[in-house]
Design a protein around this ligand. Structure first.
Ligand code: ATP
Ligand code: MG
Length: 229
């Protein structure tokens, strides 16, 4: 698989239960996302939003129904091909105890130090470069990052990876209003040309999405544009 230039998704009657769970986490999800479309996913805590995004990365195999990426079944993609097609900002950002450089390189192994510094500046993390630069040690035995810094780091990774499909799971959860605004402005610029699925609790800004889905109890209960809903 070559990295696709753009990504269209089709989800057909998808149902999923986590291993050892009798309750379905998702049931009967169908959704079409055209290349370049931006979709917001809303719904109460525990309704299955993160699960849906995780199935799109094949963190789990779905037991029923199918997902197609540019017409091809997701189950036919190998891990590398799928990873190169998707940039993910997950709800819980993982920091490795490693250098700042290595924390970024996992998203883009061939990026130069210059690329890394540029992206850190772009997400407003340039102060992480102050002391030991890209060699500064993060995580255990090193510098811990605040919630907002972690989110920015995750966005920096997504930017470096620069895939055609962006899966964003509450990228501004837990941030103060000013930081949230900065990150959303940055994201808006980055994702313009991408296909995007973004989980959000935020009602402001929904008009910027091409469509909005509302989930409840593992199902899509509403689907439309901002004007429809
Ligand atoms: P939130 O808004 O709180 O992030 P969510 O809509 O993202 O919620 P999910 O994380 O998708 O919700 O969870 C859907 C359901 O699946 C919940 O009932 C949750 O307890 C369950 N669940 C999530 N992850 C697992 C797991 N690894 N194993 C078993 N059950 C899980
Ligand atoms: Mg979630």
């Amino acid at each position: 698989h070559a990295v696709p230039e753009s990504v269209a998704l089709e989800i057909n009657n998808l149902s999923f239960a986590y291993p050892e769970q009798s309750q379905m986490a998702l049931s009967g999800i169908s959704l079409k996302v055209e290349a370049g479309q931006h979709v917001a996913i809303l719904g109460r805590t525990g309704c299955g939003k993160s699960t849906l995004l995780q199935l799109l990365t094949r963190a789990w195999e779905c037991q029923q129904g199918e997902i197609r990426l540019n017409g091809e079944a997701l189950s036919q993609f190998d891990e590398t091909a799928l990873r190169s097609a998707t940039s993910v900002v997950s709800q819980r950002v993982h920091l490795f105890s490693a250098t700042l450089r290595d924390n970024l390189l996992l998203a883009a192994p061939h990026a130069s130090d210059e690329d890394l510094s540029r992206v850190l500046t772009r997400v407003g993390l340039e102060k992480l470069l102050d002391d030991a630069g890209l060699n500064s040690w993060l995580g255990e035995g090193g510098r811990q990052l605040s919630g907002g810094e972690l989110r920015r780091l995750a966005i920096a990774r997504a930017l470096l990876h620069d895939a055609p499909l962006f899966l964003l799971d509450e990228p501004t959860e837990g941030l103060d209003a000013e930081t949230e605004r900065q990150i959303l402005d940055l994201l808006a610029e980055v994702i313009k040309e991408k296909t995007v699925l973004m989980v959000t609790h935020r009602l402001r800004g929904l008009a910027n999405f091409d469509s909005i889905i509302v989930m409840d109890n593992g199902q899509i209960i509403e689907h439309g544009t901002h004007a429809d809903l």
